[in-house]
Every structure is written in C-alpha cells, then in structure tokens.
Ligand binder design. Structure first.
Ligand code: AMP
Length: 566
C-alpha cells in the first residue's frame, strides 16, 4: 500500500452521497489504506482477498460496498448480503457499523448469532432484511429451516476467516457457500493467511484482487531517534491512561493523534477538563482557526495538540517532544508518518501508543513492517504517579535552593518554628504544602493491567457458535479436553440450570477481554456452576471483565477455581 496517494478522499471512491454524508457525520476525514485499496474493486464487483487485522478500518472497507450494492438491487428480493463472522460480539459490532454507515439509506441489517432467542430472529427475517451478519452455526440453522433466503444474495463476506476456521466452522462455511448463488461476489478478510485460508480462497473466490496492508518500509536516510512504547488498555480506561502517561512523561509539547474529528473534539474537552492545556486540530477547521491553534502551541499557551492525521499533515512543530497515538494507526505507514514528527535534528523523541487489547495484533504488524521495536509497558500506577510528582517537587525545591537568592526572607519563619519543632519536621511540613500547591491530588482510580497474550495454541476445532443444533457434542468435546499448560481455571457461579452454554462463556470472555476464542481452554458446565480455562497471563483481566459484565443477563460470581491443581 502506498502513501503517495494519501490525498484521496472518500468522495473519490464513487460512493453514494448518503454514504458520504454518514461518514462525514461520523467525523471520518479520509479512507484508511485498506479502504482506499478495497473499495474501488469491490464497487466494480470484483472478488477480494484481504489480509487485514482489527484496527485497519476493514469493516468499513466491505460494509460501504455492501451498502452501495444494496441500493442498486430490487427491493424485497431477500437479503442482498451475508456477512459471516466468528463471534456474536463481532456480529453485533459489524451490524452496528453498517447501521451507522447506512442510516440515510434505510438499511435493514440483522445480526444473528447463537445464544439469542431464535424467535426474535425469525420475526425479523420475516419482516425483511437487507444484510444479515451471522455466525456460521446460526446461519446454517436458519438455512436449514428455510428462514434465511439465499437466492437474492449478491455478496458474501467472510470476516476474520482465520478465526472462523480456528473455531471449527470450516464445514459450516463450505455448506453455506454451496447454497449461495454462483454469480455472487465473495470477499474474504483474514488477519493471517495460512494455507487453509488460501485453499478456501481458491475454491470460492474468482480471480480475486489481493490486498495486504504490510508493505516493507523502505528506509530512506537516517531514521529518527524515537523511543517507542505502547500501553495496552481497554477503551473505557483510555482517557485516564492518557492522563497518567502525560503526567509521568511531562512532555514539553505533544501531539495526540485520534482517528476521527469527533474523537479529537471530545478528547480535547476531556483533557482540558482535567487541567491540561489542549487544542483541537482537525480537517473541519478553517485556516484562521488552525493558525490560531498553532500560535497557541508556539507561544506555549497550549502544550498538547489533539489532531487527526489529515489536519496534522505538513505541520512542523519545532518544540514537539512526544507523539501519542490515542488509537493504533490504521496502517504501518501512518505510524511512521506520525512518529517522524519527533526525534529530529539528533534529539530523542518519544512515541507512545495506546492500544486496545484487540488491536495488539496490529501493533505487532507495525513492529514487523517498520522493523522497529515497540516496548509494551505497564500503565503507570497511582504509586508511580505519586513518586513522579514527588520527584518533581524535589526537583523544584532543589532548583529553588540553587537559584533563589531571596530565600532569607523566610528565615524568620523557620527560626520561630525551630524553637518549637525539630528542623526536619518543619521542612517536612513545608515540602508537603509546596507539593500540594502543585495540584497533585491523589484521587486517581487504578487502571487495570492487561497481561499479554500467551502463544496462541491451536484448538481442537470445537466451534461454539451456539446453534441449538450443535451445542451438545461440542460441549462434550470441550468438557473433556485436557487442561493445557499456562492455563488457569476459573469458577463461574452459573451453570446448566441458568441455561449457560459454552458459547455464552466464550462470547463473554472473547467479547470483553483481549483473550480470543481460540485461547480459551476446556469448559465444563455443571448444574449450578461452570469451569473455564483461560491463559494464566490473562486471568485477572478475565476476572475483572466478567465481574463488570453480565452473562445471560445476570451478574455471576467469578473467581479462580480453588480446586485447580495446576
Ligand atoms: P476496524 O478495523 O474495522 O475494526 O475499524 C477500527 C476503527 O476505525 C473503528 O472504530 C472505526 O470506526 C474506525 N474507522 C474506520 N475507518 C475509518 C476512517 N476512514 N477514518 C477514521 N476512523 C475510521
């Protein structure tokens, strides 16, 4: 993929005005590289094989062409597109994205997945839908019942195909594809391209366009000296984590990159509300406004610039010390562009990326393509923050002793107090007052640490989509599976009598944490409780996440299984 055509806008992609309006309203300023490459051939009706992970903007890359296709066909001829995804969380996420993009086109998008009452899905299908986003097992259920009409399908999308194969859905997918019209358009996205995916592509895709977001970075000239690190944090903790990082790093001037205009505006507001001096810069602003913002940064009235890639293009800010990626950039090229703004003229710059657990893979891709190391660091704890603030107070006092020549004015205060107290005590009280006057309050909330994923083991192919049809045998297989090394067993205080099935647990864990479906080990469902194996490294994250969420609409007890013998 190439950054030379970076001036391309969504309008250049021949998308319908309703779609362009929706993208504008969402604050998207320009297509991501995968969208630039995938949308034109998809609009022409070509099949496509794309290697892309979460965080690249792949959902919109297929969702926008699907919506455009929808508008071109006869209404009421059944669903125009079927999108197959590995988990119910992804089904919901993709449906929501399609709703957002297709809001002005009246797109009727229905997620169908195991675990949801089938009656509701049947009624919705009867009323008529344009796009179905389904997990394979449940899609097959509906096809078997004759409730999901395939004859009007123009497009089939296989999203996260490698995950679907790992979850044991290969046969289901083959069966589904055999039932779809010959002349359909087929799109396959996968984060990795193992031979099995290649085989699937050869069987079901016709002369596909191939795209891949990994292009080796040509190293031109001297690369900037940049200390690169990343923090893995959940979305809800991002603003707090950013604040923590800014406090510990105390940058002289930093630029914080966001994906959309809306994110720029809301993050600027949050930062200013927390006492930082931040200015927003995005493509929706006029030249005069931009000049004003840049002026404030140059004169030091502001020290943080929150910007989209588009708005920051071409900016050259002399005093910049830090680049912070509030989200993982959508392609290695934009990462390189962003961090190239610091570390110039022989000075060392700092680049920090906040990544959500599911964007971890994208981070790895960036590392590989840019041939640089991004150190995953722990989000500073409250204790780190307090230590850092004390250090700043110490440094300020140190400087005052060395530099101030009018300290003598205060001698009378110290001397009178010294009659009554030890000088050390006087000093301690004075330091406390000085420290507190810097506004260093300790009212912060701890940000949970997210451990990194262990090596991904391949599973036994047990799917867990939860079509009633196949839950039984798969549950059996999972239940008897041997426990694997590096795994911990969790006790979940709900079982068969609460109608909990393995897929509910997998869905809850994979949906709420960075642990993917295939990292989950054996699951045993007893009458009143269940046991589930998760990677030891992620055990606390899973416990915290499951305690926050509900399983089948209930809050349940979650703890490490006391009987665990490994
Ligand atoms: P995905 O890789 O599809 O999971 O998308 C990652 C995130 O990027 C989602 O939050 C999208 O809303 C967002 N996104 C997708 N395309 C764009 C774009 N062109 N500009 C800004 N944000 C985008």
């Amino acid at each position: 993929m190439n950054v030379t055509d970076e001036a391309m806008s969504f309008a250049d992609l021949a998308l319908r005005p309703e779609l362009l309006r929706a993208l504008g309203d969402l604050g998207y300023e320009e297509p991501t590289p995968i969208q630039r490459e995938a949308i034109p051939p998809l609009l022409e009706g070509r099949d496509l094989l794309g290697q892309a992970a979460t965080g690249t903007g792949k959902t919109a890359a297929f969702a926008l062409p699907v919506l455009q296709r929808m508008s071109e066909r006869e209404p009421e001829s059944g669903p125009v597109a079927l999108i197959l995804v590995p988990t119910r969380e992804l089904a919901v996420q993709v449906s929501e994205a399609m709703h957002r993009y297709g809001k002005d086109m009246g797109a009727r998008v229905l997620p169908i997945y195991g675990g949801q009452p089938i009656g509701r899905q049947l009624r919705a299908l009867e009323r008529g839908v344009d796009v179905v986003v389904a997990t394979p097992g449940r899609a097959l259920d509906h096809i078997g019942r004759g409730t999901l009409s395939m004859s009007g399908l123009r497009m089939v999308v296989l999203d996260e195909a490698d995950e679907m194969l790992d979850m044991g859905f290969a046969d289901d997918i083959e069966t589904i594809l055999q039932d779809t019209p010959e002349d359909r358009q087929t799109v396959l996205f996968s984060a990795t391209m193992p031979p099995r995916i290649d085989g699937m592509a050869r069987r079901h895709l016709t002369d596909p366009v191939r795209i891949k977001i990994e292009h080796e970075q040509a190293t031109t000239g001297e690369s900037p000296r940049v200390r690169q690190s990343a923090y893995i944090v959940s979305r809800s903790h991002k603003p707090a984590a950013l604040g923590r990082v800014l406090d510990v790093e105390s940058p002289a001037a930093a630029i914080v990159f966001c994906r959309t205009r809306d994110e720029v505006d809301s993050l600027t507001e949050t930062l200013n509300g927390r006492g930082y001096r931040a200015e927003a810069l995005h493509g929706g602003m006029g030249q005069e406004q931009r000049d004003r913002v840049m002026g404030r940064l140059r004169t030091g009235t502001a020290d943080l610039l929150v910007a989209t890639d588009v708005a920051a293009r071409g900016l050259d800010i002399e005093q910049l010390t830090h680049v912070i990626n509030y989200d993982v950039p959508s392609a290695p090229e934009s990462y390189v562009h962003r961090i190239g703004r610091v570390g110039r003229a022989g000075r060392e710059g700092v680049a920090i990326t906040l990544a959500e657990p599911r964007e971890h893979r994208m981070l790895k891709t960036i590392e590989r393509v840019t041939r640089s190391r991004i150190e995953i660091e722990k989000v500073p704890t409250i204790a780190d923050l307090l230590a850092r603030r004390l250090e700043l107070t110490r440094a300020a006092i140190h400087e005052s002793i060395l530099e101030d020549d009018d300290l003598d004015r205060f001698r009378v205060v110290v001397e009178t107090l010294a009659d009554e107290f030890d000088v050390m005590e006087v000093a301690l009280a004075a330091v406390k007052l000085a420290h507190e006057s810097t506004g260093a309050a300790a009212d912060e909330e701890e940000i949970p640490e997210i451990a990194l994923s262990p090596t991904r083991g391949r599973r036994d192919g047990a799917g867990r989509d939860g079509g009633g049809r196949d839950a039984g045998p798969r549950e059996e297989r999972r239940g008897r599976g041997p426990s694997r090394g590096g795994m911990a067993r969790l006790f979940v205080g709900a079982g068969r009598s609460a109608r909990i099935r393995p897929q509910d647990l997998v869905g809850a864990i994979a949906g709420e944490t960075r642990v993917s479906g295939r990292d989950i080990g054996a699951i045993e469902i007893a009458d009143r409780f269940s046991l589930v194996e998760v990677p030891e490294a992620a055990v606390q994250e899973v416990i915290d996440a499951l305690r926050r969420t509900t399983i089948k609409g209930r809050k349940v007890t979650i703890r490490r299984d006391r009987d665990a013998s490994y």
